[in-house]
Each structure stands twice: as C-alpha cells, then as structure tokens.
Design a binder for this molecule. Structure first.
Ligand SMILES: *Cc1c(COP(=O)(O)O)cnc(C)c1O
Length: 201
C-alpha cells in the first residue's frame, strides 16, 4: 500500500520533508503552483538531487498538459478522451490513471463508471501506460464512501489494472479495507492547509 503525500497548499519545504521522511511520491493539484514549487525545490537544494515522483491529482485542463509534461510522472485525473489525446501527444507513453466518479456527485471530476472501460482502452491504444483507476470518495461520513470504493475495485479488476488510488485523510481506513493500493493524504500528514494567497488557477 502506497502513501501519496498530498502537498497542495504547502510550500516546497513540505515536498522536501515528505521525501526526506521516506515518502518519495507527492500529489499536487494546481499546475502553476506545482511548477513554481519544483523550481523553488531545485533552488533549495534540500533534496541533494533526489526528485520526488510527482502525481497530478487536480482537475486537469488540456491546455495545461504541455507545461506539465516535463514534470508530472503519473497523471491520475484522466477522465475524458481529449485528455488521453493531449497527454499521449505531449508525454508519449506516460503513466496514467483513469479517474472515475463513483458517487455521481456533479462537483467531482471523473468519468461515469460505465465510461471507464472505453477510456482505458483508448488510453492503451494511444500508447499510455494505464496503471490504475483513481477516485474521490463520496463526501460525508467516512462510511458513505464505502460503496463507491467497492465499485472502483470491481472496475479495476474488470479493466485489468493494478492500482486503485482511493482514500484521503477522512476516509482512508474505509478505502484500505475496500482494497486501496494508494491513499492520497494531505491534512493527516501536514495539518490544515493554509488558505490560498490567491484563487488557484
Ligand atoms: C486534496 C486532495 C487529497 C488530500 O486530501 P486530504 O483530505 O488533505 O488528505 C487527496 N486527493 C485529491 C484528489 C485531493 O484533491
């Protein structure tokens, strides 16, 4: 079981702290914030050349893919054909996950569960390395997310992928009990996120 340290909202020191503490993969949500932080990290030299594995876990706009292509190692929020095409074009062979909206909540990203198999197939045909499926659990009490996590696990088996990226600070125990292979944890590791200085783009 992998722990992805979600460092959005924190400075580059949080990334350095995660890597030094033995958590070499970090999750980030916003393109500009990520790019600025990686520059700062190079300047800090805190990691002595070690670079974290960067997972992009935010809403992805296709026009941001080009700028991110050199720095993102795993694209976890691929949820529509245009993103498959754009990532395949800008980062051929990239490692991705298909994000699925298992709770049918309109404010959440992800394709409908019924669309996931076709999207996985399209990504494979485009030469992408589909490592897994990703989801954000239903909002509410942790147990509210259980049914959706169970669905993601079944879907992952159906499409034949290894990773099930599910579970965040509030619902990670439920996610693990339903077969998560990667929990994405921010506040439980780093505390409450500082309010953004400016609205994230
Ligand atoms: C912010 C975020 C997380 C981490 O959330 P916490 O509640 O701080 O653990 C995990 N996954 C996604 C997609 C996120 O946007």
């Amino acid at each position: 079981m992998a722990v992805l340290a979600v460092t959005k909202g924190f400075g580059p020191e949080a990334i350095a702290a995660a890597v030094i503490a033995g958590c070499p993969s970090v999750g980030e949500n916003y393109a500009q914030e990520l790019l600025a932080k990686l520059d700062a990290l190079d300047a800090l030299d805190a990691l002595e050349g070690r670079r974290p594995e960067v997972h992009f876990i935010g809403r992805l706009q296709s026009r941001k893919v080009r700028a991110l292509a050199g720095v993102v190692d795993v694209w976890q929020t691929i949820d529509r054909p245009v993103l498959v095409d754009e990532v395949a074009r800008r980062a051929p062979g990239a490692r991705i996950m298909v994000q699925v909206n298992v709770s049918d909540e309109p404010q959440k990203g992800g394709c409908a569960p019924g669309e996931a198999p076709a999207l996985v197939t399209a990504a494979r045909e485009a030469g992408l390395d589909v490592e897994g499926l990703m989801t954000v659990g239903r909002t509410g009490r942790p147990d509210a997310a259980r049914e959706g996590f169970r669905m993601l696990r079944l879907l992952a088996d159906e499409v034949g992928v290894r990773q099930r990226s599910m579970g965040m600070s509030e619902d990670l125990e439920v996610a693990v009990s339903e077969g998560s292979t990667m929990v994405r944890v921010g506040t439980a590791l780093f505390g409450d996120r500082p309010p953004p200085a400016q609205p994230p783009k």
